[in-house]
Design a protein around this ligand. Structure first.
Ligand SMILES: Nc1nc2c(ncn2[C@@H]2O[C@H](COP(=O)(O)OP(=O)(O)O)[C@@H](O)[C@H]2O)c(=O)[nH]1
Ligand SMILES: [Mg+2]
Length: 230
């Protein structure tokens, strides 16, 4: 046992491959100014691509709004609701904009998918909007694809991953609502999700398990967003 390396101070707090310094730097960015910029129901309403963007995608009700609120520590930022399938817009948030200075980057809340009762027209509109955005947006550095840890990756999630693979947009899978299942189940779904991620060329090989309710994985997710900008 004598050859086991002694961790340097602070290293024991390292999470998901991020150093304490990275976690702290990311925390500070998200503790700074965060402001809703605009909703874009179609491409002509997109803001000028002046800074890098990180987008959030996922099935309706996966916990996307809750996660955006947890990341930014602001309860009312992204509306959380139990009525899925309503919004068909890309919502842009400025992070770190002070007065007239441009933001450090933007978060983009993509419209949820996979809502069973969504009319066909709405699904078509979703597909056009999301595909056009993914394919035409040079400032989009990464998409976080949220997966409900109770269900794992579903067919509609595979469709989203396929769109990202084909658009060559880098993405990372993020498990949500980790507090809703037992630790052993979380471990199993985490391993299954990692195995799947590794089959996809544009997917990051590591995933992050989160709970907006309990705060699990939030610090790591902040660091993952900042890392995606570099
Ligand atoms: N237990 C638990 N519930 C959550 C969590 N995240 C979201 N929810 C609940 O799941 C529902 C959908 O969340 P919401 O953020 O609106 O999902 P969205 O449709 O993807 O934006 C709401 O009732 C939330 O309170 C979580 O981490 N843990
Ligand atoms: Mg939402």
């Amino acid at each position: 046992m004598s050859d086991v390396p002694v961790p340097a101070q602070g290293q024991e707090q390292e999470e998901a491959g991020f150093s304490v310094e990275q976690l702290e730097a990311a925390r500070r960015v998200f503790a700074g100014p965060v402001a809703f910029l605009r909703s874009a129901p179609s491409l002509k309403f997109l803001p000028d691509p002046i800074v890098k963007e990180v987008a959030f995608a996922g099935r309706s009700n996966v916990g996307k709004s809750s996660l955006l609120n947890a990341l930014t520590n602001r309860n009312g930022l992204a509306r959380t609701s139990n009525t899925p399938g309503r919004t068909q817009e890309l919502n842009f948030f400025d992070i770190g904009a002070v007065d007239e200075t441009p933001p450090i980057f933007r978060l983009v809340d993509m419209p949820g998918y996979g809502y069973a009762k969504a009319p066909k027209d709405m699904v078509r509109q979703w597909r056009f909007l999301v595909n056009d955005y993914l394919r035409g947006r040079a400032v989009l550095k990464r998409t976080l694809v949220l997966i409900d840890s109770r269900h794992g990756i579903k067919d509609v999630d595979y469709e989203m991953m396929k769109m990202l693979d084909e658009a060559a947009v880098s993405y990372r899978l993020v498990l949500t609502k980790a507090d809703k299942i037992k630790a052993s189940e979380l471990e199993a779904v985490t391993q299954r999700t990692i195995a799947e991620a590794r089959k996809h060329p544009a997917a990051h090989p590591e995933i992050i398990a989160t709970s907006s309710e309990k705060g699990m994985g939030i610090a790591e997710l902040r660091a993952a967003v900042i890392e995606a900008l570099n």
